[in-house]
Write a protein that binds this ligand. Structure first.
Ligand SMILES: Nc1ncnc2c1ncn2[C@@H]1O[C@H](COP(=O)(O)OP(=O)(O)OP(=O)(O)O)[C@@H](O)[C@H]1O
Ligand SMILES: [Mg+2]
Length: 373
């Protein structure tokens, strides 16, 4: 079996490093504070948070993990949120009681299948979810928290809440969070510009409401040791230089390191035992070839300005609003660049760390390098 895993949350033997970050999150939340964890796409936020959940649960906390990505309406939010809460309830009878008492327009149902296994469900008694119902649902964790046993709610892809802002969801949730005594919140998400605006903009409800943490890349020494150990377990050797070369091809992004390593393993497993930079290159090329049609279409869909900017970003992502940058890459006014940047960030095509912009997918960048040459 391939010793490298990518695309899903990694656990156990597939997860390395992030000890200090994990400890800081655990300490902050167990100290009664809320926290926001920021990192570009595919840096390992969700995997880290699953480690944190294990640690918090070992300390006696109940952790409710909720992903905002599938939410597209208040109804979906309410049903999925109650579903996430239900997953962590041992006593479904009590859940039914609390919901009946706290939420007026939702009727909980507890049925038993033929083997006697309880099945929980809800029914809405109003045609569309009202603010009152939303408010009561947001109170549910606090009402469920048992004396002395605190709850932690984790909202993944939290920036997606903005889709529901027409009803003032953001400020309602903020006021609930402020009132609740038994519940602490961890927010995370991959669209860092949206998320940091939510927490850093004075005009937004969540301004200054949580301690911030920025997740960086994984330290090279640890990645090298991990790659060497994993390859070695299949009888494959990788030297320091080659491991660093591999990392270099992935823009240092945890997901792509695993993706490329998995591809190399697949390529070598039956015939070769020593990873060379040539093999790393061949595998990176293969990944680009497999995704060529998609990359072509993605690029084709962009406006002329966005295309020009993407080509410029292959070379450099620093000081992109300076006149020197515009001149070098023949871009128009900084205001146009700003607009294109926002669109590309919204699509998740580019990302930003500190003040440097970069193409999120290093293999798309490679595709563009070939395209532009
Ligand atoms: N600590 C780690 N150890 C090993 N691999 C990791 C680690 N963190 C991330 N990865 C790699 O990155 C991939 C993506 O991780 P994860 O889904 O946790 O990231 P994310 O930041 O939540 O991504 P997204 O932005 O897509 O939600 C994993 O499948 C794994 O290949
Ligand atoms: Mg994630």
């Amino acid at each position: 079996m391939n010793p490298f895993s990518y695309g899903t949350v990694v656990r156990g033997d597939f997860f390395y490093d992030r000890k200090e970050e994990g400890e800081r999150i655990v300490t902050t939340l167990s100290g009664g504070n809320n926290m926001v964890l920021l990192a570009p796409r595919r840096y390992g936020k969700t995997s880290l948070v699953f480690q944190v959940i294990e640690q918090l649960e070992a300390k006696g906390y109940t952790c409710i993990y909720f992903d905002f990505l599938p939410v597209y309406s208040l109804e979906t939010f309410v049903s999925l949120y109650i579903g996430a809460i239900e997953k962590k309830q041992h006593n479904l009878g009590r859940l039914v009681q609390v919901i009946t008492k706290v939420i007026n327009s939702i009727r909980p149902k507890l049925t038993f299948d033929s083997s006697g296994k309880p099945e929980f469900g809800i029914e809405f008694t109003e045609s569309s979810v009202s603010i009152q119902t939303l408010s009561e649902v947001l109170d549910l964790p606090e009402k469920l928290a048992q004396k002395g046993k605190k709850l932690i709610v984790i909202f993944d892809e939290f920036q997606e809440i903005t889709k529901l802002n027409k009803v003032g969801f953001e400020s309602l949730l903020r006021s609930k969070i402020q009132q609740q005594q038994q519940v602490n919140y961890l927010f995370l998400g991959s669209r860092t510009h949206l998320l940091s605006d939510m927490f850093n903009n004075k005009n937004r409800a969540f301004y200054n409401s949580a301690s911030h943490m920025q997740l960086g890349t994984l330290p090279h020494e640890d990645t090298i040791a991990y790659l060497q150990a994993k390859f070695r377990s299949s009888g494959i050797q990788i030297g320091l230089h080659e491991a660093l070369y591999l990392i270099g091809q992935t823009g240092d992004i945890p997901y792509y390191i695993q993706l490329l390593a998995a591809e190399i393993w697949q390529y070598m497993i039956t015939s070769q035992t020593q990873v060379t930079t040539k093999i790393v290159d061949a595998c990176a090329k293969q990944i680009v070839e497999l995704k060529q049609d998609y990359y072509y279409e993605l690029f084709d869909r962009q406006s002329v300005m966005q295309k020009q900017l993407l080509i410029a970003l292959i070379h450099s992502g620093e000081n992109i609003f300076s006149s020197a940058y515009s001149k070098r890459f023949r871009l128009s006014a900084a205001s146009t660049t700003q607009k294109s940047i926002l669109v590309l960030m919204d699509y998740g095509i580019i990302d930003k760390t500190d003040n440097t912009y970069f193409i999120s997918d290093p293999f798309f960048k490679r595709f563009l390098q070939n395209y532009a040459s």
